[in-house]
Design a protein around this ligand. Structure first.
Ligand SMILES: Nc1nc2c(c(=O)[nH]1)N[C@H]1C(S)=C(S)[C@@H](COP(=O)(O)O)O[C@H]1N2
Ligand SMILES: [Mo]
Length: 347
């Protein structure tokens, strides 16, 4: 037994499974059939200290319960689609990469745990299979069209379950089974070989990484991982804005000071951002060009700063005319709200 074990151990070492990074390094992402719409000029305002329009993968926040990042063997990996009202299907990684309907989109991803002003949010260019196409080819119909399932439960290699409204996946938004991020295959941290990304839904109800299974079921029949832990069954992303510069507690010289940051109102887009200094009037900020309704937007206000301590706050309006709420709420159960506020000293 001992020698057999040693021999098996030796062979295992020699045939060590490649890491996700090694596997991803050998993958060539195909050209998307539906490329991202051309990026307009001026999505970057070129103000020092503002989050870049695209978050580099190395700086993109990561949130997961897995203690060790799963290293999935893409050759053996399968995605299984099954459940109520479904003709069961199974896909290999190679089949997904070879599809003729790959779509590339810029989508901002936000975590429900992000506090107001926090950095658990990022923007990336994703490439993947349109989830609506994948679901339709398995015969899935939206509940509004008589489909028997209102929840898609995604399961992952590491046992996570994430529940997404089927209605949202089939309402025309650019929901993706993503294979790539910022022009490269997914990294292990961000879900190699495949993960979901759904514009307008917090990650905990949409963005399953290391996905292996999609089960069509109902909200009544199944609670996904975070639901019994006190988080809302549904998690649409709340309209938010953030001041990136000046930083809270900063000292700045009197004169013209750019107050700038990012704002997001997914599915409709941001139509206005305003800044308030102390108890003064709300002042309109200048918005950077809009990429799409699903991406964040930079903004800047040239503030004439006078000496003393000042409080700066920001708010954004979506394209349906709704201002972000001033009502302060913590992240649990369905996302933080309130105006991001920073105090600065002008000398
Ligand atoms: N398998 C798995 N997928 C997951 C999670 C997880 O814990 N396990 N966390 C989710 C949460 S809460 C968020 S906000 C996003 C974060 O994606 P990112 O780490 O690529 O930024 O992944 C989602 N997908
Ligand atoms: Mo999250």
């Amino acid at each position: 037994m001992l020698s057999a074990g040693a021999a098996a151990g030796g062979r295992l070492y020699a045939e060590r499974r490649p890491t996700a990074a090694e596997q991803a390094g050998a993958v060539r992402l195909p050209r998307p059939d539906s490329p991202a719409p051309p990026l307009p000029d001026g999505v970057e305002l070129d103000v020092e200290g503002v989050a870049p329009f695209y978050t580099p993968v190395a700086d993109f926040y990561t949130v997961h319960t897995a203690l060790a990042v799963p290293q999935v063997d893409a050759g053996r990996w399968r995605l299984r689609v099954h459940g109520r009202g479904v003709r069961p299907r199974e896909y290999t990684y190679a089949q997904l990469l070879e599809r003729s309907d790959l779509m590339e989109r810029d989508i901002t991803l936000a975590c429900v745990s992000n506090p107001v002003g926090g950095d658990l949010v990022g923007n990336a260019r994703w490439i993947g299979v349109p989830l609506a196409a994948l679901l339709r080819e398995a015969g899935v119909r939206a509940p509004g069209a008589g489909g028997p399932a209102d929840q898609l439960v995604a399961r992952s290699e590491d046992g996570m379950t994430i529940g997404t409204p089927v209605e949202d996946l089939l309402d025309g938004r650019d929901a993706l089974l993503a294979l790539g991020m910022n022009g490269r295959p997914l990294t292990a941290e961000h879900g190699f070989p495949a993960r979901m990304v759904v514009p307008g839904l917090y990650g905990y109800v949409s963005a399953c990484k290391w996905i292996t299974e999609m089960e069509l079921t109902t909200f009544a029949a199944f609670d996904a991982y975070w639901v019994p832990r006190g988080w809302s069954e549904r998690g649409p992303v709340k309209t938010q804005s953030r001041i990136d510069t000046p930083r809270a507690g900063a000292s700045v010289g009197a004169g013209t000071v750019p107050v700038a940051g990012v704002a997001w109102a997914q599915n409709t887009g941001v139509s206005a951002v305003e800044v308030r200094v102390d108890d003064g009037p709300w002042l309109p900020a200048r918005l950077a060009a809009e990429d799409t309704a699903d991406t964040w937007r930079q903004w800047v206000l040239e503030w004439t700063a006078r000496p003393g301590r000042h409080r700066l706050r920001v708010r954004a309006r979506d394209r349906d005319g709704r201002w972000q709420t001033a009502q302060e709420a913590p992240p649990a159960p369905d996302g933080a709200s309130g105006h991001h506020t920073v105090e600065v000293t002008v000398t």
